[in-house]
Structures are given as structure tokens and as C-alpha cells.
Ligand binder design. Sequence first.
Ligand code: GSH
Length: 313
Amino acid sequence: MSALILHHYPFSPYAEKTRAVLGYKRLAWHSVQIPPVMPKPDLMPLTGGYRKTPVLQVGRDVICDTALIVRVLDRLHPTTLVVPPANRASCAAWAALEQTLFFSAVATNFAPAGIKAMAERMGPELMQVFGADRQAFFVGGAARRPNAEFGKLNFIPHMHAIDVQLAEGKPFLLGDAPTLADFCAFHPTWFVRNNPGTTTALDPFKNLLVWYDRMKSLGHGRPSEMSAEAALTVARESTQWLDLDGPLLEPDGIKLGQPVVVRATDYGVDPVEGALIHASVFELVVQRKDERAGEVRVHFPRSGFSVVPVQTH
Ligand SMILES: N[C@@H](CCC(=O)N[C@@H](CS)C(=O)NCC(=O)O)C(=O)O
């Protein structure tokens, strides 16, 4: 099986979710650092336009969105399942809550004390570029950039609910082992706890903080640095494909092999064009050719992504 290559940057919460899953599974992986803002010139050859963080590369297969990344990691490394069958519906419910937790953590970080600490870490130049980049990130999608009101109504109330649930004595949200529920709740918590300007917001939640340390102690597995150029060489020289996931469920009016455009529907809606290779309830897969990456397949979750024929977009 091809090695795992994660394209990410240190302060990305969704990347931290993935790093924690890699830690729980005790996996070795290659770490490719990508910029936190556009342009991302060495990532685009792989994804064909998708810009969100993180992206998982397995040989010449490119997996977008952590919902699918976690599923692929469970398929490739099933000894420690993040979504065990006994908890599948509960995990789906937590996954549905994840964006609310993340957006409320973002809004909390963007409160004055959080922003001041972020600016000190990033420096004034990157901070300015970052603000403009994230403004553009939300153009054209169904989601709205979270505001302070959203943060107030959601962050502390959900942290409180998690704290109360953990007081019942189980080490993880759904029992004795971590599941997707924990990883979905962990990265927004990490985002706020890790910001010196907002870290004390979590001080009242003693059970949550014990759980948070437990999650952190899962570590990140065994990362080793890889250059973006080396990752592109891996893609170009790979000869295998990942197995396609799930029985065929063609989108209305679209046939396999047809040129299509796939994009996220919420935010970061940049289009990716390619030939439709697979469509199931789990994933949409397009195949495309790039000068630097060679022939690659880009995988997206089916849910939360749109697919249309090229001529109508
Ligand atoms: N649904 C996506 C959300 C990913 C996401 O929003 N990532 C943020 C960073 S935590 C991002 O892409 N920010 C803009 C960027 O990195 O360019 C997933 O689960 O992967």
C-alpha cells in the first residue's frame, strides 16, 4: 500500500483532527507543509482546485475533506476504528454537529483577545492577508462566515454540554475508546485552548479539560517531513489506485466517464474538473491529468459536494 502523505499546516484545526486520528491509529505518515492562505501552487496540481486544509494523498489518489479522510483511514487501517459499527449513527450525529462547533470556535478566536494573540503569533502582514483570504473563502457558498453572536450562542453552551456528559465517568464521549465523536469535538476545543487570548474560556470545564489532555496524549503518530516536490513525484510515479468505495449511485443525468465539475457547497467552493470515475453514497471520484502530478484521482465526500456536467456550470 502507498504511504500516507498529509498536506497541512500546524495551526489548522481540521488538520489537527486528522493528526490526532493518525496518532490514535499509531500510523507513520509524511508531512507536507502547505500555505495557510491562497495561492497554494504545489497543492493545486494534486487537487485540481480544491484548497481546503487538510488533504490526504495516498500514491496518486487525493482525498479531500476530513469526513472522507477518516473513512479512508478506517478502510486502510481497520484495527482501531474511528467509526465502529456499534457507534455509527452516534458518530454521524456528532459529525453533523462538527461545523457548528468549529464555526463557534472560529468566532471565539476572532473575539478581540483571541485576535490580538493570533496577530502576535502570525505577524501583522500574514494577519492582514489572512483576513482578506478568509473573506474570499466564503464567497459563493451556502455557509456564512461565523460572527460573534454565533460564537456566544454555541461555543460555551456546547462545551458545557460536553463537560456534563463527561462527568458521567466514561473516558471518551461514546465510551471507553475514542471515536469520531471525540475527534469532531477535539479540534474546535484545541483551537480555542491553543490561543493564549482565549485559552481561559475553557477553565471552568474540569471534565472536558481532563478529556482534552487524554485526546492530546494520543499524539500525532509518526510524521516525517516531505517536500511538496517529493509528494508530486510520488503521485507521478505511482502505478496503483485505491479501491473505489461503495456501490455505484450515479448522480441524476450523469454517466461514468463524463467530464464533470465537483465543488463543496458550503465554503471554499473552488471547482475541480475531471472525468467522473465513481459515485456512491460515500464518495465522488474524478480523474484528471496534471503536468506536474500526472494522472490523479481526486476523491470527495458525496454529502456536501455538488457534481454537474462540465458544459452546464
Ligand atoms: N469540511 C472540511 C473543512 C476544512 C476546513 O475548513 N479547513 C480550514 C482550515 S482548519 C481551511 O481550509 N481553511 C482555509 C485554508 O486552509 O486554505 C473538512 O472536514 O476537511
